[in-house]
Design a protein around this ligand. Structure first.
Ligand SMILES: NC(=O)c1ccc[n+]([C@@H]2O[C@H](COP(=O)([O-])OP(=O)(O)OC[C@H]3O[C@@H](n4cnc5c(N)ncnc54)[C@H](O)[C@@H]3O)[C@@H](O)[C@H]2O)c1
Length: 262
């Protein structure tokens, strides 16, 4: 897609990858609306890039509908929606409460369902629109020590694939961003083994991720992998699942991350 002159929205744009992406899209000539639960943070990013900063919870359908209305009224037709807001904690397994699991589902999966529900009718009518889903390498592989993150990011990848197939011949494009570790507040928590595992693999800067996204969007690519090694890991997993699982169990043992059991 062409980014110059379009209107884009970036959720989770107050921080980390979303903020870097909003800045990079603006440099590319897009007018950018920045949305986040953190209203002052969203407005701070927007001020820097002469965009529109809005406080919004991506799991609240009425709030997202209001955001889309406002962006289209004030800035023009939304061509690109970057569903980037996400949560990574609390880490754990099946012992986590339903409340914790439901929060992961709402933010990491249902927010994309809501955005699709609201934007697809407009985009199908116009015959164009682009949805970027920020999933994770955890959505293609796994995240040791963090079952809800791995499960919801797999669901986000599956949903993005489904929409790419369902609407790809009708002018709507979908891209799915699957980075490994990126240096943001999400990966800065101390004493969290799941985060330490990600950090141990090395962290990329959010600006490098934003660069990969711009390149992927310009090429209309579905899968955007800022860490190219993730493609090889995914092939290994698909090629021999038993061997891959054994390797992951070994890594979990070596890192001292075996869960205590519910
Ligand atoms: N940092 C990494 O290593 C990494 C790797 C792979 C994928 N990701 C994904 O990238 C995305 C951005 O993460 P980040 O690392 O920049 O984290 P971050 O914590 O710096 O930013 C996430 C932003 O999302 C916002 N947010 C959370 N819930 C929200 C909600 N309900 N409504 C609106 N905004 C909400 C937060 O306020 C925050 O500003 C997430 O989807 C994350 O899962 C991160």
């Amino acid at each position: 897609m062409e980014l110059e002159g379009i209107v884009a929205a970036v959720t989770g744009g107050a921080s980390g990858i979303g903020r870097a992406l909003a800045r990079r899209l603006s440099q590319q000539g897009a007018t950018v609306a920045v949305a986040d639960l953190d209203g002052p943070g969203a407005r701070a990013t927007a001020r820097e890039i002469n965009g529109l900063g809005v406080e919004a919870d991506v799991t609240d359908e009425a709030a997202v509908a209001g955001l889309i209305e406002r962006v289209e009224r004030d800035l023009g037709p939304l061509e690109l929606w970057c569903g980037n807001a996400g949560i990574g904690g609390p880490a754990g397994g099946v012992e986590l409460s339903d409340e914790a699991w439901n929060r992961f589902w709402s933010v990491n999966v249902m927010a994309h369902v809501i955005a699709g529900r609201l934007l697809l009718p407009r985009w199908l009518e116009r015959g164009s629109g682009h949805l970027l889903v920020t999933a994770s390498a955890a959505g293609l592989l796994t995240n040791l020590g963090n079952a809800p993150y791995a499960a919801t990011k797999h669901a986000a990848v599956a949903l993005a694939e489904w929409m790419a197939i369902a609407y790809g011949d009708r002018g709507v494009r979908v891209s799915c961003l699957c980075p490994q570790g990126v240096r943001t507040p999400m990966t800065s928590a101390d004493g969290d083994l799941a985060v330490e595992q990600v950090r141990a693999l090395g962290l990329m800067e959010p600006e490098e991720v934003a660069e990969a996204v711009v390149e992927g969007l310009q090429a209309d690519r579905f899968l955007i992998l800022p860490h190219p090694e993730v493609a090889a890991y995914e092939q290994r997993r698909a090629g021999d699942r038993e061997r891959w699982l054994a390797g992951m169990r070994r890594m979990q043992r070596d890192l001292g991350m075996e869960p205590p059991g519910p």
